[in-house]
Design a protein. Structure first.
Lengths: 526, 424
């Protein structure tokens, strides 16, 4: 596109036109691209951490992959399993590796694969180093719940602590505990309380103190020996915990009666890392959508300014199209709505509503119409998570474009019913449902620590509050319960409560006898 | 400003620890897979790793999750033909496995599959055999080259300087360079002597000659004692290990009393010997002889997997072995190894004949002969006769075997020698 009129050139110092050509990249060219992309990102007011771009090989990418995105993880067999899986799929050609991996840290570390073509590297720089990066820095969840500046230090601390435990207490013991913690790591997050700042240095100095303190607390809790006579009396004694506790790992760390101090520390480590990843799980659609939106916008801007040529654009659009491909719902490979598609479409739509609103938009988004789109997408990025983002911004046009529809699945019926499709009366309903679908506390079973039989057999009772009458998966449940029993040291029970507060399912580990599940349910504690 | 760092030179095996942890956690399943592989593989087929399948249910990491059931609405993308109120029939079986879609996509989704390397494979295989560690390492090594001296070279590192040869060539150079000047010097000195008799010592001719002599002396003195050009270095090259040929005879009793378990032990015995030979020889031929009342040369497949019944005449196999050696493997070209596995059953009158065959027709020609008897109970006549062979030939090994653990001791002597050779 040599004869494309170059607009908007004034600001830039003179740069050779089309410095991009060919598909090979060099460090010089990457630097040039990064400089250009940064300049454009600045124009669009993207606020980022400093970037640290690391070029790695495919094997290194597989390594990075398997440690669930932690640049340095402690050792555990499950990461080895993950690695073997990735390696197998990659070698068989079932799976391309991710083109990049980005760590929520300050400076923001992005891994770029050396195999990527130049176009891909440029896309990835725009996508990860400016898209994801600005999201990490500014989204309220990340700001509140993670500490980008200290995560690397903390991971170093965690790794060396766990290694030292392995040396002192044996690999098997540590592994057993980690297995158990991993089973409930999704229940190791505070959903509402803000956790204190992470700091490796503080962790270390406070650790000894904490070990002693924790142990004394626990001992205090269990000072009363169980006695039969008091049992009736104590029925009315205050419940423990006084409120149900959603953070099961936290509860174990503080209250499990038989744990050694180092075991509590390891539980804490798993819990902290889980907490660090929690915002990512809540913002998948937004985060990916935001990054795709910006690589698309930035590369297009470069094209408009004649910084890249036609061949570059064709390859870019080809890649971009692959990223936002939605597998059809009736395909065996369907694995939910592609978050890249959903997020990207909504952000694009916000821009469209700002710049070129229709009558419908004026009704649905009066506040958005004819505002500055840069500010509007920025506002959306900062202040929402998937659930609220969809509830706020999913427009009728996006519903139509993605042809969303609703299926009612009822265990009592043999067929599924299409209850809503993309038409006028259904928009609001589809929006609510989809928003609900991205609420993690809706999609994961809602399980909390309900009570502990302090004066009796010290058993722990978990309570699962059903939603949509969905039961727990029993095979896995049994395994998880065994893990919990190992940490708690005494019987662990779980009961499912339906929407009317009635106990509909019970399970416990160890089982009282072979058919514990068939036993008539004891009267549920109020 | 962004910082771009090239991390490619960094280490790649960050996950080696985790991989190892995984393997050791599931060693039972992996061992079973390796055992199956050993049973199915050819003896000579130990150059690659193995694909391992582990049932997914054994390695899942359990979490709390929803099971099938409940009443809920799901938003899906890409509506093609549905309108409100349409009903979609569920395929029957989908109802149970609504949450485990993977199983419907077919293609081994139920198993976790991965590959282990050749080294890992051998490691697990060796674990059964209680091999000493040094030996495990030796057997697993592929590279059998060794450093040998191969004359001299003009370049090299100082530690390899060959002093004698360097000085010899320095001497040669000094002689060849100095000789013309020395001749001239000699002449000049003779002339000077004559001249001094007839003329005064300060005659111009005398002075001229004296100058010439001084010049020649200086020239000779300038020839260096040693020059970089003279240095000779010992040359070492890596040579492939002993590159001779070997033939391995596998003799097995296939009469009815040899069941699968015994054959499996025999197979491991043959494999171990084969692995040993691959370390030592470049080409190895395998000859399989199975026998009951008569012996037959067969291919590996028939050797291990076809069954025959009937009595047992061991000498038939030994005779066949002797014939084959005589006709196809001249002993000056081939290293011959024999490995025999049997449950010890033999027709009584045949055993002395076996002894004679071994003593006269076989043992003098073979490097090593190993016999294993897989028999938990008492020995029969064959064992007794073989004991006398053992007394005569130190390179005859025999052992009663109950399990795979007992295999290695049979070959211990053989490997011991190999290790000694390897060390030197």
């Amino acid at each position: 596109m040599t004869d494309e009129p170059v607009k908007n050139k004034a600001k830039k110092k003179k740069i050779p036109k089309h410095f991009a050509s060919g598909s090979e990249w060099t460090f010089d060219i990457l630097e040039k691209f990064d400089r250009e992309i940064k300049a454009i990102a600045d124009e669009y007011l993207l606020d980022t951490y400093p970037n640290q771009i690391e070029i790695i090989s495919a094997e290194q990418m597989m390594d990075a992959y398997s440690s669930v995105g932690m640049p340095l993880g402690y050792s555990h067999w499950s990461f080895g399993k993950q690695f073997l899986n990735v390696e197998k799929n990659y070698k068989r050609g079932h799976m391309g590796l991710a083109y990049e991996l980005v760590i929520n840290s300050d400076p923001c570390i992005s891994y770029l694969m050396e195999e990527n073509t130049l176009v891909m590297q440029a896309t990835v720089i725009a996508h990860a180093c400016y898209g994801h990066n600005s999201f990490f820095k500014n989204n309220y969840l990340f700001k509140t719940w993670t500490n980008a500046d200290s995560i690397i230090d903390y991971l170093v601390f965690a790794k060396s602590y766990i290694t030292s435990c392995e040396e002192r207490y044996g690999i098997d013991k540590v592994e057993e505990l980690l297995d158990a913690c991993h089973a409930i790591k999704d229940y190791g997050v505070d959903r509402y309380r803000r956790p204190p700042k992470l700091s490796a240095a503080d962790e270390k100095t406070r650790q000894t103190e904490r070990e002693e303190y924790l142990q004394s607390q626990v001992n205090d809790l269990w000072r009363t020996l169980p006695s039969k006579e008091n049992k009736e009396l104590d029925k009315n004694v205050e419940r423990f915990p006084s409120e149900p506790e959603e953070n099961i790992l936290y509860f174990f760390e503080k209250n499990a009666p038989l744990l050694e101090p180092w075991e509590r520390e390891i539980i804490r480590i798993v819990r902290k890392i889980s907490q660090y990843f929690y915002p990512q799980r809540q913002t998948k659609v937004m985060n990916e959508g935001w990054a795709v939106f910006w690589h698309y916008t930035i590369i297009n801007t470069m094209y408009e300014r004649g910084l890249v040529n036609n061949a570059f654009m064709v390859e870019f659009l080809h890649n971009h199209t692959n990223v936002i491909y939605q597998v059809p719902f009736d395909d065996p490979a369907y694995n939910g709505i592609n978050p890249y598609v959903l997020g990207f479409t909504i952000f694009q739509d916000i821009r469209r509503i700002c710049e070129d609103p229709t009558e419908e938009d004026k009704q649905w988004f009066p506040d958005l119409v004819n505002t500055d789109w840069v500010k509007s997408v920025d506002f959306a990025m900062r202040n929402y998570k998937d659930e609220s983002f969809i509830a706020q911004y999913l427009s009728p046009k996006v519903i139509r474009d993605l042809k969303l529809f609703v299926l009612l699945s009822d265990e009592n019926k043999l067929d599924l019913e299409v209850t809503h499709i993309h038409d006028e009366p259904s928009y609001q309903h589809i929006r609510d449902l989809l928003s609900k679908q991205y609420n993690i506390s809706m999609t994961e079973p809602n399980i909390q620590v309900y009570s502990v039989d302090k004066r009796g057999d010290r058993s722990l009772l978990l309570r699962h509050v059903q939603r949509d009458a969905r039961p727990l998966e029993v095979t896995d449940l049994d395994q998880v319960m065994k893990h919990l029993y190992k940490i708690w040291g005494f019987a662990v029970k779980i009961e499912s409560v339906n929407e009317t507060g009635e106990v509909v399912f019970k399970h416990q580990c160890p089982a009282i006898n072979t058919d514990a599940r068939e036993l008539p349910a004891e009267k549920a504690p109020d | 400003m962004s910082q771009i760092i090239d991390r490619r030179p960094n280490s790649r095996n960050k996950n080696a620890v985790n991989r190892h942890r995984f393997l050791s956690r599931f060693k039972h399943q992996i061992k079973k897979a390796v055992d199956d592989a050993v049973a199915n593989r050819s003896i000579s087929d130990f150059e690659h790793g193995e694909k391992i399948n582990i049932p997914t249910k054994d390695i899942t990491e359990p979490v709390f999750k929803h099971g099938a059931g409940g009443v809920r609405s799901i938003v899906l993308p890409g509506n093609k033909e549905f309108s409100k109120g349409d009903r979609i029939k569920l395929p029957e079986k989908n109802k149970d496995s609504a949450d485990s879609k993977a199983s419907n996509t077919g293609e081994g989704a139920d198993d976790f599959t991965f590959e282990i390397s050749r080294d890992e494979f051998l490691e697990i295989f060796f674990n059964d055999l209680e091999l000493p560690n040094l030996l495990k390492k030796q057997l697993a090594q592929i590279n059998t080259s060794r450093n040998v001296r191969a004359g001299l070279t003009n370049t090299g590192v100082p530690t390899n300087i060959n002093i004698v040869r360097s000085f010899r060539s320095a001497l040669a150079r000094r002689i060849s360079l100095a000789t013309p000047s020395k001749k001239l010097l000699h002449n000049a000195e003779n002339e000077l002597e004559k001249l001094l008799v007839s003329s005064k010592s300060d005659a111009p001719a005398v002075i001229e000659l004296q100058n010439k002599i001084a010049q020649l002396k200086a020239k000779i003195a300038k020839i260096p004692f040693i020059d970089p050009f003279d240095l000779k270095y010992n040359r070492r090259i890596s040579q492939p290990g002993a590159s001779s040929k070997a033939v391995m005879f596998c003799i097995m009793d296939v009469s009815g009393s040899m069941d699968e378990a015994k054959k499996d032990i025999s197979k491991r015995f043959f494999i171990l010997l084969y692995l040993f030979l691959t370390r030592t020889y470049e080409t190895i031929e395998l000859v399989f002889i199975r026998h009951h009342t008569s012996a037959k040369e067969v291919n590996e497949q028939d050797f291990f997997y076809s069954r025959e019944t009937g009595g047992t005449v061991v000498s038939s196999a030994l005779e066949l072995m002797h014939e084959i050696i005589y006709s196809r493997y001249p002993t000056n070209e081939w290293n011959i190894y024999g490995a025999q596995a049997s449950d010890g059953d033999n027709w009584n009158n045949d055993s002395p004949h076996c002894k004679e065959l071994l003593l006269h027709d076989i043992m003098p020609f073979v490097q090593y002969y190993a016999y294993i008897e897989i028999m938990p109970r008492h020995h029969q006549s064959l064992w007794e006769e073989y004991l006398t062979v053992k007394a005569v030939f130190p390179n005859f090994a025999m052992q009663n075997i109950n399990s795979a653990l007992d295999i290695y001791p049979v070959l211990r002597e053989l490997f011991k020698r190999q290790i000694l050779v390897g060390k030197n």
